[in-house]
Design a protein around this ligand. Structure first.
Ligand code: NDP
Length: 444
């Protein structure tokens, strides 16, 4: 049995019910095999054994009161995975499927993603099994305030900086920051990112993950002599990441023909209208089926799989494990040339393998969706200097960061014998940066 297989087996035994965490660890360990072979120091200093154990895991009770005056109890999480290269940083997810395994896999991946940005940020993730769907603003506020009443003692601008993720957007960050400010008695803007513009937020932060995804995909296509212009694109999800991926894809000359939510998908042969999606999802907080009220010629498919549509580029921007082996097989047989992961771990390990074997270009989440956290770090830089940058400055810095991430991933893939395999390249480049810092620190 190889050294890495032994670590993987032990991790599975130690975390038996955490399938998503096991999957994320397996993906990284498979990729870094050539690095470990070349660098004995990493195994001598047990860098990998340390990385599969988060630095700190916090689980807490969140009691709150609903619109009927009834007590409700949810579970809150914060996994502070690694502070090797900077303070812990990563989003908060509010979704009924949230559990320890999901937050641990997200925190684990965040560490390597943050390293890839080249910025000084460690990895963390948090959230709750609270379901924001259908709740009133007052209920959301009550939940956020009670969540922060526990979380505040674990975070801070030099300690751990949360942000948004699924179910946590600008409204929730506002409630969370308001409570943080009140109970800590400080205006420490750098403690949360994704803030509103009037109290320390950054222009282009809400666009950043979707825009960054397209900047990465565009670089990847160009380096393989493809052009994004005229390509058909299918996007799963219609939340923050999906929406701005749609906007940038259209701006770059591609045609987005379908988007979804957890109920089904809309297909618009003339190209999805960003303004309608934005109005339905960000302003009205409605279902995507409402798109037909704006564009009656479009079609809605309830409960159907969006990946059965023929497209050149697939952009999964919703949930983990959205593209399984069967969806990948269909995409390949329909002529898909590239997949860009806007969501975290949206492709199963079997589907990743199939895409790579079939020369489908795969932009992995750790690299391709790093634009959100990178721009959060730019928000922190603005907060520290008490200055606000223009939209153009943030956007052009984001573009530069995404191009660098693509080049680093590409270089690492070639250096370790797998040119064009950006999954391996991103995993290797992120790992080396974290591992070198850990090596320098000794046994911590
Ligand atoms: P949002 O909550 O804004 O949107 C999530 C979207 O996914 C909604 O449209 C939701 O639909 C949809 N969705 C959820 N479950 C399913 C499903 N089973 N099938 C189809 N659609 C589904 O989240 P974000 O856009 O912020 O996050 C999306 C992904 O991107 C996540 O994986 C997140 O971790 C990742 N990400 C987000 C970043 C950010 O900056 N926000 C940064 C990096 C990664 P419904 O409303 O019906 O639930």
């Amino acid at each position: 049995m190889t050294y890495l297989q032994k670590i993987l087996d032990e991790t599975k035994l130690k975390n038996p019910n955490e399938l998503e965490f096991q999957q994320a660890v397996e993906e990284i360990l498979t990729s870094i095999e050539p690095v470990i072979e070349k660098n004995q120091a990493y195994s001598d200093l047990k860098v990998i054994e340390r990385l599969v154990e988060p630095e700190r895991q916090i689980i807490f009770r969140v009691p709150w009161i609903d619109r009927n005056g009834q007590f409700q109890i949810n579970r809150g999480f914060r996994i502070q995975h690694s502070s090797a290269i900077g303070p812990y940083k990563g989003g908060l997810r509010f979704h009924p499927t949230v559990n320890l395994s999901i937050i641990k896999f997200l925190a684990f991946e965040q560490t390597f993603k943050n390293a890839l940005t080249g910025l000084s940020i460690g990895g963390a993730k948090g959230g709750s099994d609270f379901d924001p769907k259908g709740k009133t603003d007052v209920e959301i506020m009550s939940f956020c305030q009670n969540f922060m009443t526990e979380l505040y003692r674990h975070i801070g601008q030099f300690v751990d900086i949360p942000a948004g993720d699924m179910g946590v957007g600008e409204r929730e960050i506002g409630f969370l920051y308001g409570q943080y400010k009140r109970i800590s008695n400080t205006f420490e803007a750098g403690t949360l990112t994704g803030k509103g513009l009037s109290y320390g937020g950054s222009l282009a932060r809400k666009e950043a993950t979707g825009f960054g995804l397209l900047y990465f995909v565009n670089e990847m296509l160009k380096s393989h002599n493809h052009s994004i212009q005229g390509k058909t694109v299918v996007i799963s999800g219609s939340g923050n990441v999906a929406m701005y991926a749609c906007k940038k894809a259209s701006e770059l000359g591609a045609k987005v023909i379908a988007m979804s939510d957890s109920g089904g998908y809309v297909y618009d042969k003339d190209g999805i209208d960003f303004t309608a999606i934005h109005a339905i999802k960000e302003i009205q907080r409605e279902r995507i089926s409402k798109y037909l009220e704006y564009h009656p010629h479009a079609e809605y498919f309830q409960g159907k799989r969006i990946w059965d549509l023929k497209c050149d580029i697939a952009l999964p921007c919703a949930m983990q494990n959205d593209i399984d082996l069967s969806a990948a097989t269909t995409l390949i047989s329909n002529g898909c040339i590239a997949v860009g992961e806007g969501a975290n771990m949206p492709t199963t390990n079997e589907a990743i393998k199939l895409f790579i074997e079939n020369n489908v270009l795969l932009a992995p989440a750790k690299a391709a969706n790093a634009g959100g956290v990178a721009t959060s770090a730019l928000e922190m830089a603005q907060n520290s200097s008490r200055l606000s940058w223009s939209f153009e400055k943030v956007d052009s810095t984001l573009k530069e960061i995404m191009t660098n991430i693509f080049e680093e991933s590409s270089k690492a893939a070639s250096e370790y014998g797998h040119p064009g395999n950006y999954v391996m390249g991103a995993n290797i480049a992120g790992f080396i940066r974290v591992a070198n810092a850990m090596t320098a620190f000794g046994a911590v």
